[in-house]
Design a protein around this ligand. Sequence first.
Ligand code: C2O
Ligand code: CU
Length: 575
Amino acid sequence: MIQRFLLAGASLAVSLLAQTVTVDLTAAPGTATLAPGITVNAWLYNGTLPGPVLRVTEGQTLRVRFRNGLPEATAIHWHGQPVMLGMDGVPGISRPAVAAGQEFLYELKGLLPGTYWFHPHGHEMQLDAGLAALLIVDPADPRQDPAFDLEYGVILDDWNDTLGGGFTGHVLNGRTSAGQAPLVVQPGQRVRLRLLNAAAVTNYVIALDGHPLTVTHADGNRVQPVVVQAIPIGIGERYDVLVECTNPGVWSLAAAAIENRNVTVVRGIVGYAGQTQPPPPANYVPPNLASGALLTYAQLAAYHAVAPITPTPDKTFTATLSMTMGTGGMRHTINGQSWPNVTPFQVAPDDQVQMTIVSSGMPMMSEYHPMHVHGHFFRLMNTVGGTTRPPLKDTVLIRPVGQAGASATVQMLMDNPGRWVFHCHNMEHMASGMMTAIEYSGDSDGDGIANRSDFEPRTAAPVTFLSEDAAAFRLGASDRVYVQWTAGQGTALFASPGELGSPLPVPPFGFLHLDPAQIVLLGTAVPDPTHRAAFPYAIPNSQTLLGLRLGFQAFGAASLPGGFRLGPFQAMTVR
Ligand code: C2O
Ligand code: CU
């Protein structure tokens, strides 16, 4: 019998509305107890470290009613999921962050099955302070998953004491080695572990003493099973593995930093039910961690059919990773450029793009770079998958100059028009400039005009943007509400203080969320070439307005069946 155990994490108020799952998610300051006697200050999703597991089934829409209780702006990035640009949560490139004290409704459609995660973007210190959690999407057809009896999430993280509390080190599922409770298994079970590296700056190797690991998924995507002794896991990467529980005992699930496999930096415990021996010491180094054969990318092949590697890509790029000494200190670079002073890679819809990502610079200075692309998957070349079954990944760990794996060649199918970032997931490298963008050009909206503004034609929802500045919501403030939609098409913005408990379907336009009895039209406008239409507002300086919550919904003209689309609900609160 297959038992599915809930992964660790807070239980969520989940309401099922047909094919829509709605969850409430709050980011706020709090504390986390990493081990008995070690309590640190943290920024947390729903008060827990790691944050709550968000879980839906393929085909369901996930609506995340997000409230920002932090003292600064934040955004959520749905790592690895090719969501629509307006929901990708990258301030400065896809949408503004959510201001302190405000809210945003993330509406995620077409989520792909697998193990994913979410975290803030563009505010590097926030991820480090504890804001990270799993997003799991189960396949609509359970037969698309391998059979297993039990599952656990395993989230590795480095704790850098950004907010004070006095602990610096590594944690597994939000606990140090001293704070671990065993992951309990029964002899004969097949256990699925969903491994995630959510660290700020540490790439790990992980191994389970006494057990090989059968890799079934890489970055959410199913691969042909590979049996390995230890797995290198770069920041942002996920591996799903199966463990055959045929070796009773109490075992160390140990992680080392990739630079030194001879030191266990954190370990969890896998304990067979009924075994009473004490857990292995925290500093014990399992033999397979120190010297077991490591998983390599070359061993991976896609399990399901994927777009094959083409010998004739439409565009071929190189991304050279390096460092340079600039004014203000050392900067990390891609092709000699440091974010935000970059020239984006230009692509066209449906391009097959080939990119070689390569570490460069002095070997002694060179570093590991877990390179991540938004909105798309890499198809890794030069693996056992060959040209027909290349594994799909969203993050590829580029090793230092002089090591095998110091470069990787990938192809990407450009099937999600927009403007997307491509960056190193080491938060220090990213903060010091190791980020660039991939931009679509060409006639992606099919309006017969090929121009640089052809973003987001396929997503069919005008998205409302509010300011990321908390001052924009104060009494007496004036600012703008923006609607992101196809350039040149008309939009209208509606507002209402009331929100329907269950949104009213208005096919094919979408769902009406605003209470029709209180609805007002704020105006109409045409999005400019940056895809934005501006709707100015002014909040009267009247105390009676404090706490007023005003909902917005945009309506957009579209060259789509029905001719119009309703966007998701958004709201502001006067503070
Ligand atoms: Cu996990 Cu651009 O991020
Ligand atoms: Cu890097």
